[in-house]
Structures are given as C-alpha cells and as structure tokens.
Design a protein around this ligand. Structure first.
Ligand code: GAR
Length: 220
C-alpha cells in the first residue's frame, strides 16, 4: 500500500463522554505542540461534557444521538455526512463508545484512529483495566491504532506503559492510564502531522519504512 501524499493538517475528534483525551489534544494544538487544526468534534451523546470542552475552545461541536435516528445505518450515514462537510485529514476516536459498521470504517479507511486503554493485543473490548488487574498483569497501558471493522484489532501505531501497583483498584488504574493517554495521543498525532509517522488503510509507516511493532512512548 502506497504512503499518503501529504501529512495530515486537520483533525476531527469523535467522543462520547468526559473528553479528557480531547482536552489534551486541543491543548496541544493550541500550544503549538500539535500542528493539526481541530476541525470539528462530534459526539453520540448530546450531554457529553466533551462537547463543552470543544465549544469553550471555539471548535465546532455537534451531537448526533443514535436514538434520534430510525436505524444504525441512517445514524452512521449522518455521521459520515457531518464529517465529510469538514473534510478532515484524520478522524480520531477519543473515548467514542460505539462500534462503527464496516461500511463506515471503509469510508474513512486510513484516516480513522482510536485510543484503547490497554496494551493491545491484550484486553481488547470492555473493562480492560479490571481484566488486567484480575489476570495479574505486571503492567498496563494504552494503544493508538488504526480502526478496522474488527474491534480494537487494527494495526498499532504506538503504545505507552504504566505500572500496576500492588494495591491498585480499577479506578486508580483507569486514572493512571488516562494520564498516560493524555501524553500518548497528542504525541502520536504530532508524529503523523510531521510525516515521520504515516498510515494507509492497512499499514503504518515510520520514517518511510513499514512499522512492524508499535512505537513505545515513555510514561514519564
Ligand atoms: C479513555 O480511557 C479511552 O481510552 C477509552 O475511554 C476513555 C475516555 O476518556 N476508550 C475506550 O475504552 C474505547 N474502547 P475521556 O472521555 O476522558 O477521554
């Protein structure tokens, strides 16, 4: 697969909830550390605090609630249409808690990223922090990956590790992992904007060569 023609310049972010990852991305963009223009934010929940974070920074923010559409496919068509209006070079899911149909993933192939709070391929899907503690993992973390129709299984761009401490609860580990995510996602997006990291629908490139295993970012 050929490498993309030029590095991305604009970004859409899909959110469902708190939006702390969105906040980290917006702050990095505003401070100049992330040379990507946030074009719009879309949430599947009208009450998502993430929408307020976007509006406070002057970024167009929209909600498209699945329940207000007659079918999943009509909701996803509206989502594609809204994103297409702004022609973002990248679409980053940041706590977007919906699985998109294969048609929609295909529509954004090579532009659609997700952050998942585990060291993929470990613990895809729900409750990754709880499962890491229950299974006695020595460490946990987060992964940025390309979205493909199979959940949390796309080619991985980068990971960041956090320790699991002896008295950890799920909440403590969620919080520690989020702190790491706030470093990881803007850093990965900045590498994409620089062109050193590049993606096609099925391949990740680092400095011009196919990336075989994800980049590892230091936690502190
Ligand atoms: C983040 O931890 C993100 O990795 C996770 O939801 C949280 C959203 O937090 N995403 C998933 O679990 C997707 N499978 P935020 O709204 O504060 O950014």
């Amino acid at each position: 697969m050929n490498r993309p023609a030029h590095p991305p310049r604009t970004l859409a972010v899909l959110v469902s909830g708190t939006g702390s990852n969105l906040q980290a991305i917006l702050e990095a963009s505003r401070s100049g550390k992330l040379p990507l223009e946030p074009a719009l934010v879309v949430s599947d929940r009208a009450q998502a605090p993430a929408l307020d974070r976007a509006r406070q920074q002057g970024v167009p923010a929209f909600s498209l609630e699945r329940e207000t559409f007659p079918s999943r496919s009509s909701w996803e068509s509206a989502l594609c249409e809204k994103l297409d209006q702004y022609r973002p070079d990248l679409v980053a899911m940041a706590g977007f808690m919906r699985v998109l149909r294969a048609e929609t993933v295909q529509h954004f192939a090579g532009r659609l990223l997700n952050i998942h709070p585990s060291l993929l391929p470990r613990h895809p899907g729900l409750h990754p922090h709880r499962r890491a503690i229950e299974e006695g993992d020595p460490e946990h973390g987060a992964t940025v990956h390309l979205v493909i129709p199979e959940v949390d299984a796309g080619p991985r761009l980068a990971r960041i590790r956090v320790p699991i401490l002896p008295d950890d609860t799920e909440l403590l580990l969620i919080e520690r992992t989020k702190q790491a995510e706030h470093r990881l996602y803007p850093a990965v997006l900045a590498e994409l904007a620089s062109g050193r990291l590049a993606v096609t629908p099925d391949t990740v490139f680092w400095k011009g060569a196919r990336l075989e295993s994800p980049l590892e970012f230091p936690f502190s």
